[in-house]
Design a binder for this molecule. Structure first.
Ligand code: CTP
Length: 419
């Protein structure tokens, strides 16, 4: 059987952070999948791992210096920038991202990244505060706009005993994202109707887009609530892609731990009823995408004081159904957005349930995903979606990073909007 990355040539740029040690494992994973890996270490990376270790695992020499006489005669930075199928930057530090975003060619890694036209995948890793700093958010938005793919970072405990987003994506996740990027780069033009991961700037210029995202919290009493595992990643990625495409975007988000996307108006809500009110207030819109995992039920009445155990059976929790935002908006006769898109979170019989749902809700398109726990979709960074049309059409997309799913959806719906 051919391996997924058979004969693919990858230039792996290793940035200088504590996560650099994981880049060594990444080299092994990429080679297991058939790739040829050429390592390039920044000066910072060499504080954490040695060029020798990278070279030994890659079975290729490791590149380190911009002005290396032997190297310039031999391969040179321009050749390094061309002589591969893709570039992976892992870990992508805040500093490396900043240099990429501003086009600063101050060392070999940054020069190669500036000189290349290859598809680039970055796997950021840094302290949570550095990741959340507006400067890094800006650089990230710039890089995304330039067509750079991003995988991770993941949430988790960090080296500095802090917790939050900033951990390097796992080597297997990075390898998956690389596979997806390469698969797409080899699609004949028009395959998915978009170019190398870049949302065509301006395809939604002048359009109003509404996106719901995240979970809802339905209060039980002052200290408890009902919620679900949605991270908001998919909805936020769609909003970010729509903003890059030039739309005026309102993102109505339930409580999430992720950053607001750049260039988007964010309305924060807690409950399903608040979310519905915010959605109605945000209309009119040309395109409305309902990616939130809205709680289907809420306690009949939230108590004003903490409920005490009194041994009563059954437990004192009575639920009523929440309004259905998607169906409410899709069934509007006046002021209905031209395109209404729902999501379906299913754990079994995904397509069958999705077909029922598109009819039941009255939306134009439905993005169905399998959220059974094995897939790691809920709360994770990747997604495998099926796109169903009201006409009965079904497309199954490969497993993709949620950012990429967001970009593809935006491209797709932008093309479908009436002029
Ligand atoms: N949705 C909504 N309002 C709700 C429930 C769901 O707007 N109260 C939207 C979601 O944002 C999503 C779609 O409806 O776009 C489907 O959500 P899903 O949870 O898959 O479906 P449910 O309507 O909850 O149906 P079921 O519980 O039967 O799967």
């Amino acid at each position: 059987m051919t391996k997924p990355l058979q004969n693919r040539r990858v230039l792996l740029v290793i940035g200088g952070g504590i996560a650099a040690y994981k880049a060594l494992d990444l080299i092994r994973r990429l080679r297991e999948r058939g790739a040829q890996v050429r390592p390039l270490l920044t000066a910072g990376a060499q504080e954490f791992v040695t060029p020798l270790a990278a070279a030994a695992l890659a079975g290729e020499r490791a590149h380190t210096d911009l002005f290396d006489r032997a190297e310039e005669a031999d391969i040179g930075h321009i050749k390094l920038a061309r002589d591969a199928d893709a570039i992976v930057v892992a870990p992508a530090t805040a500093s490396l991202m900043a240099r990429m975003a501003t086009g600063e060619a101050s060392d070999l890694a940054a020069t190669v990244l500036l000189a290349t036209t290859l598809p680039i995948l970055i796997a950021p890793a840094m302290n949570v505060r550095m990741w959340q700093h507006p400067a890094t958010r800006r650089n990230l938005a710039t890089l995304r706009g330039d067509g750079v793919r991003v995988v991770g970072p993941n949430d988790g405990a960090m080296a500095e005993a802090e917790f939050g987003p900033g951990r390097l994506a796992e080597p297997a996740e990075i390898a998956d994202a690389l596979e997806a990027m390469l698969a797409e780069a080899s699609q004949p033009e028009g395959g998915f109707g978009f170019l190398a991961g870049r949302v065509a700037a301006g395809v939604l210029a002048g359009r109003r887009v509404l996106v719901t995202s995240g979970p809802t919290h339905e209060p039980i009493d002052p200290v408890r609530y009902l919620a679900n595992r949605s991270s908001g990643r998919q909805g936020h990625a769609i909003a970010a892609a729509a903003a890059t495409a030039g739309a005026h975007v309102t993102l109505v988000s339930g409580p999430v731990a992720i950053q607001d996307p750049a260039g988007v108006r964010v309305v924060r809500v807690e409950t399903a009823r608040e979310m519905l009110a915010a959605v109605e207030a945000a209309l009119p819109a040309d395109l409305a995408i309902f990616a939130a995992a809205v709680g289907d039920w809420r306690p009949v009445a939230a108590r004003d004081s903490k409920i005490k155990k009194d041994g009563a059976e059954p437990a004192p929790l009575r639920l009523v159904e929440n309004p259905d935002l998607l169906a409410t908006i899709a069934r509007r006769t006046e002021g209905r957005p031209a395109l209404v898109v729902g999501f379906a979170a299913e754990t079994d019989a995904v397509l069958q349930h999705a077909r029922d749902k598109i009819a039941r809700k009255g939306c134009d398109w439905l993005v169905a995903n399998d959220v059974s726990p094995e897939g790691g979709v809920m709360g994770g960074t990747a997604n495998t979606v099926h796109l169903l049309g009201r006409d009965g059409s079904v497309e199954t997309w490969p497993r993709l990073d949620k950012d990429e799913v967001g970009r593809r959806l935006v491209e797709r719906f932008a093309a479908l909007l009436p002029r």
